[in-house]
Write a new protein. Structure first.
Ligand code: RUQ
Ligand code: CUA
Length: 634
């Protein structure tokens, strides 16, 4: 009896120690249970939202579920990804071009009437000046546009307009233009130029092309967003380095108390091009806003700003000042009045600067290091605080007189984050009807939030419930590096396909019947048309010679959900993956003799291991032992 009693005490103490040990017990037992249940998605149940988050210089987009925060999919975009065969077949190889990496920062879901329409997701590449389109029908990358001409450092992007007419992009870096021209960085202010680009999106196909560009002084354009409602047709970007410094930016670009943000009338830009007011550089119509007034204005924003986010009503625009303990709230109606009445406080390089006092509604003392602001559509804003490591909730205007006089009064709540939050995302914040409910803080430094896996500490993001008056920290999860911005889409607002229907396969090299398959030769061009089906390839032998150009088309003829087959070719650096109903093609220059087995990489059936075949490569002139197998195999 006594022994049992001691055992119980020991057990209680042990569990208390485990609980209290390294973690802080700031969360009470009851809250722990409630929070766990809030993010718990039981086996067999599904998440309510997709979280699409940027994978930074991994070049990929990651999909997690909310509220579980489980990583459920990786969408390769700017880097090869053997798991889905991306970057190995002809089509994706061609999309990647000469690059094997990109730096994804800001995903944007397509919109119709300022609401997510579930068609596409666009992402920017900060590194190689590109924009990619992911189709939400198959969650795959279908187009990579770029490098965009006259544009270097595509960071301030991809900001989508309210009906997905354009993806708007701003340059982080400035260079002498056109690209390829060399000037001395000492002549930065005179010789270097920044650029804002409008990437036109075809409404039927989603196909992107460069529409027009607006030449700017060499400020470093930063984050931005697009207008809606009253600010429909406008877009906004902050900038740092209004000083136009070209070295030691840490010091030299933080001299002025205020930097200039861009206020762009993109409809006016579109019209200026239609009216023939643009010049052409590198094939793109370019507007010089000094010669075409009404397209670009500047507005001063507190020291080294970062995010600039339009609220769901389209009336308020909030900019975060990294080196100022406040966000600046601009009133679009006042911007419009200042534009119309020419309430300027001088100009910068010939571009009018709107008078700060005439357009600002107030500065909100949200804390230190405000970066980005998101909205719940119920009148509240949430700002990420890099230095303070928290999220601050505050009340949007309209404010009463007391609040206007002392904006401390509109700061309502703070929740600590771990650590140094960069972006945050509220579900649907950039639409006119946010879903609200969930906020994800994407933290820049994890500093020991996970068990130690060595010096490279895994990143972490935190799920916060914003449905109540006070924010509630619910869960924390690993996020793939390097998370920047994200978008949250209600699962029911997308309609992904389960297979590629056979009737929609328009690939001229698709084969569906055994009689259509085979290997043919024309000179040194050898073409194999192969069927993949549980659990074999047809044909399962391809004969060729050293020096041949081999083209292999593989069609997965399955029409059953999740019946994926792969095609891994040994020692030839080939990994393609074919979804049900899909045809994929790869090319190979055969340089060495030998017998190279190929096999299915995706577990497809009990006899998946048996799904294999041979590529037989003889030296040129050596007759095939099987007689004619290299010209026709049925
Ligand atoms: S930036 S942490 Cu690349 Cu989006 Cu703000
Ligand atoms: Cu097909 Cu495994």
């Amino acid at each position: 009896m006594r022994t049992f009693f001691n055992y119980l005490i020991a057990l209680t103490m042990a569990s208390a120690l485990v609980g209290c040990g390294k973690q802080s017990r700031s969360t009470s037992e009851g809250d722990r249970t409630a929070n766990a249940l809030a993010s718990y998605v039981a086996p067999g149940e599904k998440d309510e939202y997709y979280l699409f988050y940027s994978g930074g210089h991994s070049g990929q987009v990651f999909v997690a579920g909310i509220p579980s925060m489980r990583h459920i999919s990786t969408i390769p975009v700017f880097a090869p990804y053997p798991a889905t065969g991306y970057g190995f077949d002809d089509e994706s190889k061609k999309m990647l071009g000469e690059f094997t990496w990109g730096d994804v920062h800001h995903p944007a879901l397509s919109q119709t009437d300022s609401k997510y329409d579930g068609r596409w997701l666009f992402v920017n590449d900060n590194a190689n000046n590109r924009i990619a389109r992911i189709d939400l029908r198959d969650f795959k990358t279908h187009q990579i546009l770029g490098p965009i001409p006259n544009s270097i450092g595509n960071h301030g992007s991809s900001f989508i307009t309210e009906n997905s007419e354009y993806i708007l992009c701003g340059t982080r870096f400035s260079v002498p233009l056109p690209k390829g021209r060399v000037a001395d960085p000492n002549d930065y202010a005179k010789e270097f130029k920044g650029m804002l680009s409008g990437i036109k999106v075809d409404q039927q196909t989603g196909e992107m092309k460069v529409g027009w560009q607006i030449l700017t002084p060499p400020f470093d354009w930063d984050l931005g967003s697009t207008g809606k409602g009253p600010s429909s047709g406008w877009a906004f970007w902050t900038s740092y380095n209004t000083e136009m410094a070209h070295d030691t930016l840490e010091v030299n670009s933080t001299q002025k108390d205020r930097d200039l943000a861009a206020v762009v009338n993109w409809r006016a830009a579109e019209k200026a091009v239609a009216d023939g007011k643009a010049k052409t550089m590198d094939g793109v119509p370019i507007i010089d806003p000094v010669e075409v007034p009404g397209v670009l204005y500047f507005v001063p924003i507190g020291k080294s700003p970062h995010g600039m986010d339009v609220d769901p009503s389209g009336k308020w625009i909030v900019a975060g000042g990294k080196l100022q303990p406040a966000t600046t709230v601009l009133n679009f109606e006042k911007i419009q009045a200042a534009v119309n009445n020419k309430t300027f406080e001088g100009d910068a390089n010939g571009i009018p600067i709107l008078k700060y006092e005439s357009v600002v509604e107030g500065e909100v003392p949200v804390g230190l290091g405000p970066l980005h602001t998101q909205y719940d559509g119920k009148g509240f804003a949430y700002t990420s605080m890099f230095i303070d490591s928290n999220i601050t909730k505050w009340k949007m205007p309209p404010w009463n007189d007391a609040e206007k006089k002392d904006t401390n009064k509109v700061v309502l709540d703070k929740v600590p984050c771990h650590f140094s939050t960069g972006h945050l995302v509220v579900a649907g914040s950039d639409t006119k009807n946010p879903y609200g409910k969930w906020l994800v803080a994407m933290n820049k430094l994890s500093a020991g939030r996970h068990v130690n896996v060595g010096p490279s500490q895994p990143e972490s993001s935190q799920l916060i419930d914003i449905s109540g008056e006070k924010m509630k920290m619910i869960a924390e999860a690993y996020t793939e590096p390097e998370p920047h911005f994200a978008q949250i889409l209600k699962v029911t607002d997308a309609q992904p396909a389960e297979v590629y229907p056979k009737a929609e396969n328009k690939d001229p090299d698709a084969v569906w019947e055994k009689t259509e398959t085979g290997v043919t030769r024309n000179g040194n061009q050898v073409v194999a048309k192969v069927i993949a089906i549980r659990s074999r390839y047809n044909p399962d032998r391809i004969d060729a010679q050293v020096g041949d150009d081999l083209t292999v088309h593989v069609t997965n003829v399955e029409q059953t959900r999740d019946m994926i087959h792969g095609f891994g070719l040994i020692e030839q650096n080939v990994s393609i993956v074919i979804d049900p109903g899909e045809t994929k093609t790869f090319h190979l220059k055969l340089t060495k003799p030998g017998v190279f087995p190929f096999y299915c990489t995706n577990f497809c059936s009990a006899l998946h291991q048996e799904m294999q075949g041979y590529l037989v490569v003889r030296n040129a002139g050596e007759a095939p032992a099987t007689g004619g197998a290299s010209t026709a195999q049925k």
